[in-house]
Design a protein around this ligand. Structure first.
Ligand SMILES: Nc1ncnc2c1ncn2[C@@H]1O[C@H](COP(=O)(O)OP(=O)(O)OP(=O)(O)O)[C@@H](O)[C@H]1O
Ligand SMILES: O=C(O)[C@@H](O)C(=O)CO
Length: 423
């Protein structure tokens, strides 16, 4: 068996596949586990990404879960630890990026680490410590209005310092542009100044690749998924089609979507405009006690023999607000998640073996309903979104192919294009 070299802890499920995808593309064989496994690793891989749902929970709980993941990864032999958070640095005023980073540093006896959410392939760049999403600063990107993690300050040194007791500094672009030796010299200088965590600028993949060798000796890295592209080379691994090899895909195809992001709204519309079979879920009917899952499955049963079906609760902001106003934000979310998860399971029980799930929370609910404990990461569909293969008690013979799409990721034709990648 190959030796596990990189152990990763991700603060949500879709973010975990995003990280795994970048590692695979750079040559690592990777599995993602759903939560901390109870037993030892039973896969021949270079890296494991433990997917938690710790982004917005209380800091003490996020720390406890992350330390639990760390202990498991260490027991499997991981040589370096990677804490993955969102490329938009999603965190509440209390954390959890800072508190989890400091707890991991403490546990690893680590006196210095980096923090960079840069992911240029998805237009997240960091310059002079300021985070841009697309062409605008983070706090002008819509993230300032996020319901759980509003990001109102684009200066990451300030944001992270407010969450940390250790001193936070900056490795700016002028240093990164000069390459690994300059970055290492800057790390030494920052350490001498008492800085323990540095935001690192990166505006391109070249910056991230230059950064890679300078990070080889750090026991802990904290980042979005972008930093991952420069790491496999540190372990002597190079891109190869073998890393993303999955069992052959077959069976019926379906999409379930609970994401209400702008990108997912466009993807749903595109699928419908192409004449795809689609059925919307009305949260108010779920609340009224209608068995919406049974209705949807009865509708889908004859159609999945003819092509992909799409089942979605995806709606525009106004409609979502109105439902939330009547049912409550959490109650509406949980109700829709439960229904979509039951539908996903029902579809797989009816022969779907290639399943697209859109939305982070929605993905969490579906993966749990399908009894998935571990996913092997395969080829990329779009930046940040790979196909995976998983065992599921709903597909007992050969498992299924599944992809978990972050709300904001993917091209408009994602729901059609995804299946061509496995063809
Ligand atoms: N029509 C709707 N009305 C109210 N709530 C909805 C509706 N459709 C979906 N929801 C809820 O909205 C939430 C969407 O979150 P989810 O994480 O799945 O998507 P996202 O935020 O776009 O994705 P990501 O976290 O990857 O960015 C879920 O809790 C879902 O159940
Ligand atoms: O980094 C990102 O943007 C994503 O992987 C993510 O974390 C979505 O929740």
């Amino acid at each position: 068996m190959a030796k596990l070299v990189l152990g990763c802890i991700a603060d949500d499920f879709t973010g975990a596949t995003d990280l795994a995808n970048n590692l695979v593309r750079a040559g690592m064989r990777v599995v993602q586990t759903i939560g901390v496994p109870e037993g030892p690793l039973d896969a021949d891989v270079d890296a494991v990404v433990v997917a938690l749902k710790s982004r917005t929970i209380a800091p003490a709980e996020a720390i406890a879960q992350s330390l639990d993941a760390l202990r498991w990864l260490q027991a499997q032999g991981a040589q370096q630890i990677y804490f993955k958070y969102c490329s938009t640095f999603d965190s509440t005023a209390q954390g959890n990026i800072g508190p989890v980073t400091e707890a991991l540093m403490e546990a690893l006896g680590c006196d210095f680490t980096i923090a960079t959410p840069a992911f240029p392939d998805n237009k997240r760049t960091v310059f002079k410590g300021y985070l841009f999403a697309g062409d605008v600063l983070l706090n002008e990107s819509g993230m300032q209005n996020h319901p759980l993690t509003p990001m109102t300050d684009p200066n990451l040194v300030r944001v992270l310092q407010a969450q940390c007791t250790r001193k936070v500094g900056l490795i700016d672009h002028a240093v990164v542009a000069r390459g690994a030796e300059a970055i290492e010299a800057r790390i030494a200088q920052l350490k001498a100044e008492g800085v323990s965590i540095a935001i690192v600028d990166a505006v391109s993949n070249d910056d991230l690749l230059r950064m890679g060798p300078a990070l080889a000796k750090l026991p802990l890295l904290t980042a979005g998924s972008g930093v991952a592209i420069g790491l496999p080379a540190n372990f002597g691994l190079a891109p190869s089609s073998q890393a993303s090899a999955l069992p052959k895909a077959g069976g019926k195809t379906a999409i379930v979507s609970g994401s209400c992001s702008l990108a997912t709204n466009r993807q749903v519309l595109d699928f419908i405009q192409r004449g795809g079979a689609a059925m919307a879920i009305d949260p108010l009917r779920i609340a009224a006690g209608v068995d919406v899952a049974a209705e949807v499955l009865a509708w889908a049963a004859p159609r999945i023999d003819q092509g992909s079906v799409l089942v979605y609760s995806t709606a525009e902001a106004g409609a979502v607000k109105s439902v939330q106003g009547r049912l409550g934000v959490e109650e509406a979310g949980a109700m829709v998640e439960r229904t979509i998860a039951a539908i996903a399971r029902g579809l797989v029980e009816r022969g779907v073996r290639q399943l697209v799930v859109a939305g982070g929370e929605t993905s969490g609910a579906c993966v749990q309903a399908l009894g998935i404990a571990q996913m092997q990461i395969g080829p990329q569909i779009d930046p940040g979104v790979p196909w995976c293969h998983a065992r599921s008690d709903a597909a007992p013979e050969a498992g299924l192919h599944i992809t978990l799409k972050s709300g904001n990721f993917g091209s408009d034709d994602f729901f059609t294009k995804a299946f061509t990648v496995l063809a």
